[in-house]
Write a protein that binds this ligand. Structure first.
Ligand code: NDP
Length: 287
């Protein structure tokens, strides 16, 4: 096999990445731990490798899209010699430190390393509807950009390999807390018989409108002055009535109580008159 790119891991995401490369005219070799997942891609022109080594030796660029950090280590560890001098783009979700560990392992073995964090579901890969963040080798990013751009909008975050994953996980943190806020609200109104669908129809446009606030909050956080006039104060943001209402309806107030605890910490420290974004100081552990 002699191809442009090898894709290791043909789960939902790895298959979508490989298919998009084929659609863009790249010669692709694929490998998956469990046999039988490459049939469709082979039908579309991909070469199937029987082993990780064979897949690695087939191309100068290796994409790893496996389950987690441990599966990447287990899969690539024994192929370090074959990877020497090639470029490894690892788009498997890892923590920042796991990405840094892989980058230093790669450096020790003469492997060029680029870490990727995918902000998209597989169906968004073909139509290029998502974003992928990268960090690690700038030279590899620049050289591979025409290929990376086949998948999504690409964004480089720096040579420290952990940075792409840090931005990715920070984005997902916001997303999951928004989802959980919706789940909590849906549980509250369910006690009066409102369906989750009816609640979602109201919540979605409201949340979308509220995202307009983020830029203003960001300005205050970046400026570091929580006394800037015109902000909603921490005292005004006391959420104990939401916590009580949740309890009165027999719904666990855990999500909103966690937010209230962060606000209270700032009020108790004497910052009640300052703006709501001061919550970020509770999270930084600076009081
Ligand atoms: P899937 O569960 O569909 O596929 C997992 C893949 O990892 C399979 O190819 C599986 O092989 C392989 N694998 C698991 N464990 C091992 C192991 N120990 N050794 C070798 N191969 C292994 O997951 P996805 O394709 O959806 O996700 C892949 C990566 O992409 C994950 O890190 C995920 O977080 C990330 N991602 C996925 C998104 C999505 O929406 N799907 C979005 C953003 C990121 P086998 O077939 O043999 O089990």
């Amino acid at each position: 096999l002699s191809t442009d790119v090898s894709v290791l891991g043909l789960g939902a995401m790895g298959s979508a990445l490989a298919a998009a490369l084929l659609d863009a005219g790249r010669a692709v070799t694929v490998w998956n731990r469990t046999a039988g997942r490459s049939t469709e891609l082979v039908g579309r022109g991909a070469g199937a490798a029987d082993s990780v080594s064979e897949a690695v030796l087939a191309s100068p660029v290796i994409i790893a899209c496996l389950f987690d950090h441990a599966s990447v280590e287990k899969t690539l560890g024994p192929a370090a010699d074959e990877l020497r001098g090639r470029t490894l783009v690892n788009v498997t979700t890892t923590t920042p430190n796991e990405a840094r560990e892989l980058a230093s392992w790669a450096a020790q073995h003469g492997i060029v390393y680029l870490d990727g964090a995918i902000m998209a579901v597989p169906s968004m890969i073909g139509p290029r509807a998502g974003q992928i963040f990268y960090s690690g080798s700038r030279a590899a990013y620049d050289a591979l950009l025409p290929t990376l751009d086949v998948w999504a909008t690409s964004e480089f975050h720096g040579e420290d390999a952990g940075r792409a994953s840090l931005v990715d996980l920070a984005m997902l943190s916001g997303m999951y807390q928004m989802f959980t806020g919706f789940f909590h609200g849906a549980a509250m109104v369910a006690t009066m018989g409102m369906s989750a669908a009816d609640f979602a129809a109201r919540q979605a446009p409201f949340l979308a409108a509220m995202t307009e606030e983020l830029a203003g909050y960001a300005k205050v956080i970046d400026g570091g002055d929580y006394t800037v006039a015109g902000q909603q104060s921490l005292e005004f943001s006391d959420l104990s009535h939401i916590v009580r209402a949740s309890e009165e309806e027999g719904v666990d107030p855990a999500p909103i109580a966690a937010v209230q605890a962060l606000i209270s910490r700032q009020i108790e420290a004497g910052y009640g008159a300052e703006g709501l974004p001061r919550v970020v100081e509770s999270l930084r552990g600076e009081g």
